[in-house]
Design a protein around this ligand. Structure first.
Ligand code: SF4
Length: 244
């Protein structure tokens, strides 16, 4: 494995810090080119196959057509999400799309913690089914790509293009920080990209089926996630531990 030019241990800060991109991808294309030049085959895109994910897959395929993409399959996603992944695999045949499952099956989780853990302790459920699997994927990997956008939530508003990721001891590259929700859909429409049909049924943000509800007009785009809980993130984008 080629040594990356920057690493978690020697993170010099975001090399794009003072750059105001004015190209049509708002810097995403340049940041992706830099990422694959810097980290080569050692960078992974952890994709949830939401609308931002589709944009990133298309942009990544233009920079590195055999890039590695990982989907964290909790076994609880909507059937529409699994169908979309099949369509994406068909369209981008050279991409290396990998499915990563948690160590515990749903049955084993139920045996250990009782039925529907997501209703009792969604943090623990996310930890077992998303955070731990991503830890396993990123073990020994210097950098990963995420589709975070600054306008998504206050906790994402200060995201840089290149971030020191304390949670996973890695570098997290976020090429879409300047994209608006409208930009995302303009790109999908202009390029006629496949997307999850649930987006047309008032599901702007799509995660696991038990924890995702449609949103009403004017509500926050992520307000359909973990309704009834004081929880807005699955833990992949939070520094430090999410478990007590
Ligand atoms: Fe469990 Fe819900 Fe988290 Fe999915 S989103 S891993 S079902 S708590």
């Amino acid at each position: 494995m080629k040594s990356p030019l920057i690493s978690y241990e020697h993170f010099p800060g975001d090399p794009f810090k003072n750059w105001i991109p004015d190209d049509e991808t708002k810097g995403a294309f340049e940041v992706l080119k830099w990422s694959y030049e810097t980290f080569g085959d050692s960078i992974i895109y952890a994709c949830s196959f939401g609308a931002e994910g589709i944009v990133l897959i298309d942009l990544i395929s233009k920079v590195k057509k055999d890039a590695e993409i990982v989907f964290l399959d909790t076994s609880l996603h909507f059937k529409e999400t699994y169908e979309l992944i099949d369509r994406i695999k068909e369209k981008y045949r050279d991409l290396n799309i990998r499915i990563k499952k948690p160590k515990l099956t749903l049955e084993e989780q139920e045996e250990k913690y009782g039925p529907e853990l997501w209703r009792k302790d969604p943090n623990l459920c996310c930890f077992i089914r998303k955070v731990r699997p991503l830890e396993e994927v990123l073990y020994g990997i210097p950098a990963w790509i995420s589709g975070l956008r600054r306008e998504q939530s206050p906790s994402r508003a200060k995201t840089d293009f290149v971030n020191k990721d304390e949670r996973f001891h890695s570098i997290k590259v976020c090429p879409l920080i300047y994209w608006t929700w409208e930009d995302v859909w303009n790109y999908i429409d202009t390029n006629k990209l496949p997307y999850n049909p649930l987006h047309d049924q008032d599901y702007p943000s799509i995660g696991c089926a038990p924890c995702t509800a449609p949103v009403k007009e004017g509500e926050d785009l992520r307000s359909g996630r973990w309704q009834g809980f004081n929880k807005t993130e699955c833990g992949l984008h939070i520094s430090g531990r999410i478990l007590k």
